[in-house]
Design a protein around this ligand. Structure first.
Ligand SMILES: Nc1ncnc2c1ncn2[C@@H]1O[C@H](COP(=O)(O)OP(=O)(O)O)[C@@H](O)[C@H]1O
Ligand SMILES: [Mg+2]
Length: 375
């Protein structure tokens, strides 16, 4: 898995038995292989239609296929797992463009990291491209994780899993819910805006705010926060998904323009962008979740769970609802999405339609994935 942060490839090994609500998963190990700095810059160029060129997309698809294969091989090696014992690789790939709600209604999304290269270099059956069939069936192709949240973690209590990656997204499962009762959507930016600001302010010295330490030194600017929250995405009712197209470079340019006019301090700007994530997550629960059913606990996943400012401010905004790290459920929070991709690959071979209609908005349940055999 490589998420919208494009921080690196997270590889995860799991043992899976059964399928759908009978799935039993055992976590074996995971590791994130950071992209070299130059490669990360090249990937970011593909997110921007001013700098992405068709030859660079073409070659990066193969280059990332090699990176994903290398990550799988290296993880297997570190777990003393020989590749001929691995039944299946599931690869999400790197999203370079996600356009779920274009005005013409032609939804699209592109993940790269060539599956044929992964199968060839590892000698393992490989499944990827999990989003496309859902989009073909009228959905947004995202989010995919709620289906796995449901099959693994539905409970007698009302629980939510809040992921804070580049983008933040939530899955809410009412007590003893059915698949149709799950509510899941992207709440907006997770770390994406903070990451970008930190990288601008430190001239790429830092890629993120370590443990939220910069934000904790700053003070939230209410004027800037109000300006950012006026973005219409936040008040659209779910299902909805978003990406870098909305909260990437152009959003940050607008933010910096405002910052310049007001002469704000760097630490205050980072504090405000951090608060934007906490505030928009809290509002998403208030507006779209709490009236739907009881919420007993929120599990926090994704790299943002390590940002102490973000977690503290979210906790302050939602008193009375315990926040716990997702790790307590048996998968390290950083590995959640990678482990989930393995589960989706298993659902493909077991013949289960793994798109959750309430989350993606697709017209029908479809089998997600494209298969490349090992030979
Ligand atoms: N120790 C940390 N302190 C603050 N933020 C962190 C820390 N570790 C990771 N992050 C944040 O998490 C992001 C990566 O999270 P991840 O869940 O992999 O997101 P994605 O799915 O978008 O790749 C990093 O870009 C960074 O913003
Ligand atoms: Mg990541």
């Amino acid at each position: 898995m490589s998420g919208t942060s494009a921080d690196g490839v997270t590889a995860c090994a799991v043992r899976v038995a059964g399928s759908y609500t009978q799935t039993k998963m055992t976590f074996m190990g995971s590791k994130t292989y950071q992209y070299p700095k130059e490669l990360r810059i090249e990937i970011f160029e593909l997110f921007d239609n001013q700098t992405a060129t068709v030859d660079s997309v073409c070659s990066m698809n193969f280059k990332l296929g090699r990176e994903f294969a290398k990550a799988a091989i290296s993880l297997a090696d570190s777990l003393s797992l020989t590749l001929d014992k691995v039944d299946l690789i599931g690869s999400h790939g790197q999203t370079i463009y996600h356009d779920p709600r274009p005005p013409e209604g032609d939804n699209s999304s592109l993940q790269i990291g060539e599956l044929a290269v992964i199968a060839e270099l590892t000698g393992v059956n490989t499944i990827g491209d999990f989003r496309k069939r859902d989009i073909a069936a009228g959905g947004e192709g995202a989010p995919l994780s709620p289906y796995v949240d449901f099959i693994l973690f539905r409970s007698k209590r009302g629980i939510a899993i809040q992921n804070i990656g580049g983008i933040a997204n939530l899955t809410y499962m009412p007590p003893a819910c059915s698949e149709e009762e799950v509510i899941a959507f992207d709440t907006g930016p997770g770390n994406m805006i903070v990451d970008k600001l930190v990288s601008i302010y430190t001239e790429s010295e830092l890629a993120y705010d370590p443990d939220g330490s910069i934000a904790l030194k700053g003070k939230v600017d209410e004027g800037l926060l109000d300006e950012l929250i006026s973005e219409p995405f936040f008040s659209i009712p779910p299902p909805k998904s978003t990406g870098r197209e909305m909260f990437g470079t152009r959003f940050v340019e607008r933010l910096l323009h405002f910052v310049e006019l007001r002469g704000l301090d760097k630490e205050d700007v980072i504090a405000t962008a951090t608060m934007l994530t906490a505030e928009t997550i809290a509002r998403a629960y208030e507006e779209f979740i709490l009236k739907e059913g009881p919420l007993d606990i929120i599990y926090l996943a994704g790299g943002g769970a390590n940002n102490r400012a973000m977690v503290k401010w979210l906790g302050r905004r939602m008193p009375g609802i315990p926040l716990e790290r997702f790790d307590v459920l048996g998968i390290p929070s950083e590995a959640r999405e990678a482990a989930y991709i393995a589960i989706l690959a298993n659902e493909f071979v077991m013949g289960h339609a793994a798109n959750m209609l309430t989350a993606t908005g697709a017209k029908r349940k479809v089998i997600l994935g494209t298969f490349v055999p090992k030979w």
